[in-house]
Design a binder for this molecule. Structure first.
Ligand code: DC
Length: 223
């Protein structure tokens, strides 16, 4: 029997780090849906398509082929035959993904792919609309959040460790703007599903969040 776990929440809440760890510990496949929106955004950027030009975005959707593979437990996103994992993590691509994920043409295409992947095996899928739209019948739904300051601090620490000079105030401002966009769009806005368990990771480290999530999952699945 395949089991589906849906994790939603705002940018920088730690969804992918936690979901990856859980998937490897529980033997599930991890599906990062944000990476799919980023791959489409990368296509739009590369082809000079304006994020406000809905018609051009709609017209280009049929020309975009996105395939997901898993290699050594790592999700690889293939965009029209090319592995784009190395180019979709940039801030510019994230912003474009947030701006273009508002369009039904983009969402319909990816939701279909996501449902298909979840029907094949047990998955932990993270995103913004997994519990509400993509997998409304998921066995476990978790809404993972943290304060904007905590999320900004984590991002600041990551960048500083890499030697990137940055300003925490600017990072927090970007995070708040992204929340605003993702939570207030017309189609599939980010929100906690009614049957999702809320987990605030502001005062927890990674081990603490993983352990809290395992408790939630055990509780739901062994009921
Ligand atoms: O999780 P992320 O930062 O990689 O996601 C990038 C953007 O993609 C996010 O700001 C909104 C969009 N997205 C979405 O609309 N629905 C999802 N299920 C996942 C991401």
């Amino acid at each position: 029997m395949s089991v589906n776990i849906a994790i939603d929440g705002p940018a920088g809440a730690g969804k992918s780090t936690i979901a990856k760890r859980l998937a490897s510990e529980l033997g599930y496949i991890y599906i990062d849906t944000g990476a799919m929106y980023r791959a489409m955004a990368y296509y739009f950027l590369k082809n000079g398509i304006d994020s406000k030009d809905e018609e051009a975005i709609k017209q280009s959707c049929p020309k975009i082929d996105i395939t997901i593979k898993h290699i050594d437990g790592e999700q690889v996103v293939i965009l029209n035959g090319d592995n784009v994992n190395g180019v979709i993590r940039k801030e510019e691509v994230g912003k474009m993904a947030s701006a273009t994920s508002i369009y039904p043409a983009v969402r319909t295409k990816l939701v279909e792919l996501q449902r298909q992947l979840a029907s094949q095996e047990s998955v932990i899928m993270d995103g913004r609309d997994i519990g509400t739209v993509v997998l409304p019948d998921a066995d476990v739904k978790i809404y993972l959040t943290a304060s904007s300051r905590t999320r900004a601090q984590r991002r600041f620490d990551q960048l500083s460790q890499k030697g990137v000079e940055c300003d925490i105030e600017v990072i927090e401002k970007d995070i708040i703007a992204r929340d605003e966009q993702d939570m207030n769009r017309k189609v599939s806005p980010l929100r906690q599903a009614e049957d999702a368990v809320l987990l605030d990771s502001s005062n927890l480290d990674i081990d603490g969040v993983v352990s809290a999530m395992k408790d939630i999952i055990n509780d739901k699945i062994n009921k």
